[in-house]
Ligand binder design. Structure first.
Ligand code: AMP
Length: 394
């Protein structure tokens, strides 16, 4: 049950609305190259405008480290959005200060003002109350639709909510409903697929999933540390030595619930054109490294997935950025897509892989937030969600 106030619980008419969205999108040569996150914010943007409110949009983009950086300007995003919306759209070159204040105060209802990257100010990541108060002073109420940032407590998503009525947008609500319900009441068999480079980032998620999931399928670089824990020589593979003890503990605790690859694709260099071989799990020859799961693993994981009723997936099965080592990830995406399970894909790399596999339409939900969805798998609360006002009626 979603226990937070949403934009549908509040009168927006004639109001000045400050909406935190996640416009952290890839930009190439000054043009947005993937607008998935912009599209995902449109229902909220269009609803606010339809209610005859004026709309001020704020977001971060990349990691400018608290300084103005023209490479990380939100202007290309504003231009892209202007091409989608019918409403007039304005841009202010700073999210704080006189230009933003004047543009916000003069903004007519039904029009949009996009403010420059919030992370051009050091106060953003420090959740500085003064920055939060200044942002809040631009509007009458705050809408948080930035699920992708919800695992962070920053001025533009958490601090600002101290100074304005704060409600959730449609994307935030949708993400929390899918991910929250899946974690609270997954229909069994519940299969969790975990991959990506490092086991250290997924230990908490494994601990939280063990009592809930029927099977946890491991792939990607993180599997290497489990194999090292079993005593295999992994040669030049990515292994986290520090995590070997915890990997051992998890193997003992989880038993047959935790599935490891049966074979792997190894490479003689970390290179898209490296020489490659498929070998059964065992010692990796000197000078080689594991870069993907092998076909036997895909088949075995596919069998487990075929009878699943709920599937969650976070992290690729190999270095899918190299086409020669993407097969494990893409074929597993196809196996998930084929199953009749409710399938929820974590954001980031897994979402990109799910789309590249051509199966995007077959999944129940592809999250827009990698870190935030992982934090939900860990069973941790999201500061961005906590800061939204509770709905007293639920
Ligand atoms: P993460 O950021 O931890 O979710 O990991 C995603 C990254 O893991 C992707 O960029 C993959 O290229 C990388 N990855 C997956 N499998 C491996 C592997 N076997 N060796 C090295 N990197 C890997």
């Amino acid at each position: 049950m979603f226990k937070k106030k949403t934009i549908q619980n509040i009168d927006l008419q004639g109001k000045r609305v400050l909406a935190r969205v996640d416009f952290n999108v890839p930009i190439e040569d000054g043009v947005v190259s993937d607008d998935t996150r912009i599209q995902a914010a449109l229902p909220t943007i269009e609803y606010i405008l339809s209610q005859k409110a004026s709309l001020i949009l704020i977001s971060h983009l990349g990691r400018p480290k608290g300084e103005r950086n023209p490479q990380l300007s939100l202007r290309p995003v504003a231009d892209h959005l202007a091409g989608i919306l019918e409403a007039p759209l304005h841009f202010a070159e700073d999210c704080l200060g006189p230009q933003a204040e004047e543009a916000a105060s003069r903004l007519p209802s039904g029009e949009v003002l996009v403010l420059e990257n919030t992370r051009f100010h050091a106060g953003e990541k420090k959740n500085d109350p003064q920055m939060a108060r200044q942002l809040a002073s631009l509007a009458d109420l705050f809408v948080n639709d930035a699920f992708g940032t919800a695992h962070r407590a920053h001025a533009s998503n958490v601090g600002v909510a101290d100074y304005l009525p704060a409600v959730a947008g449609f994307l935030m609500e949708r993400e929390i409903r899918y991910l929250g319900e899946m974690i609270a009441e997954p229909e069994s068999p519940f299969v969790a697929i975990l991959g990506g480079s490092k086991v250290s980032g997924k230990i908490q998620a494994i601990h939280n999933l063990l009592p809930k999931a029927d099977h946890i399928l491991i792939g990607g670089g993180m599997a290497n540390t489990f194999f090292a824990a079993q005593g295999y020589r992994m040669a030049d593979s990515l292994v986290e030595e520090d995590s070997i003890p915890v990997a051992k503990e998890l193997l003992e605790k989880a038993g047959s619930q935790l599935h490891l690859p049966l074979d792997y694709v190894i490479a003689d260099a970390f290179d898209p054109d490296a020489g490659r071989k498929v070998i059964p799990v065992g010692d990796v020859p000197a000078g080689w490294r594991v870069l993907d799961i092998g076909p036997k693993t895909v088949a075995a994981y596919g069998t487990t997935l075929a009878s699943a009723k709920t599937v969650t997936w976070n992290g690729p099965m190999g270095v899918f950025e190299f086409p020669a080592f993407a097969k494990g990830t893409f074929n597993l995406a196809k196996a998930v897509a084929k199953s009749e399970a409710v399938s929820i894909i974590g954001g980031g790399d897994s979402a990109a892989a799910a789309k590249q596999s051509g199966m995007a339409e077959q999944f129940t939900h592809i999250s827009t937030g990698g870190g935030a969805s992982l934090q939900m798998l860990e069973g941790a609360t999201l500061p961005g969600l906590d800061a939204i006002d509770n709905d007293e009626l639920t």
